[in-house]
Design a protein around this ligand. Sequence first.
Ligand code: FES
Length: 221
Amino acid sequence: MTEGVNGMPGTPSEESEPDLARRRMLTATTAAVGAVGVALAATPFIESMEPSETARALGAPVIIDISKLQPKHMLITSWRRRPIYVLRRTESELKRLAALNGTLKDPLSKADQQPASLPGWNPIQRSIVPEYLVAVGICTHLGCMPKLHARVGDPLLGASWPGGYYCPCHGSRYDLAARVMDGSPAPLNLPVPPHFYRDEHTIVVGELSNGTEKNWEPNTW
Ligand code: FES
């Protein structure tokens, strides 16, 4: 299994008790900036994205070229200074998702971690085109970046590991639909941002095709 990028911020400070929301935002911002730097170095095929970095930082929609994204690979870009993961899943990975429902906190994506209306939305796969997961790569516990471990039974995570994301800060686990697993300190699934497919090779993140949801915010990120 190959991951496009393995960005990872530091563990949140334990020296004081800063306001949780402020700490989450600071961590998310740091993580996103780091992710972009690594992504540009390791995945040159996303350099064609528009608009400019400045516009993206201000929240403009991001255009992502997925034409070279291979199955089992992930690319990372940013939107609103947060990392955006685009994972291309295989047919067998998609088939395994429903069997995990009994081990997840929100298997049907009932919490507001995605826009209320996403045309084509599948709440188990958490996608509008099955093979592509588009998610905000910020752990809903305290804001670290979960790392992709797609391999079933990954030795680092044990024989029962179904494939998914693992947060190295405090051990939260998510499946390959970014649904949080029982026993994780993270309370919610990773956010899925507003997005649509401009064509089969191009995803626009930050709005829907009718121009709505530009100011969308999840319950937690
Ligand atoms: S930040 Fe604590 S488990 Fe991810």
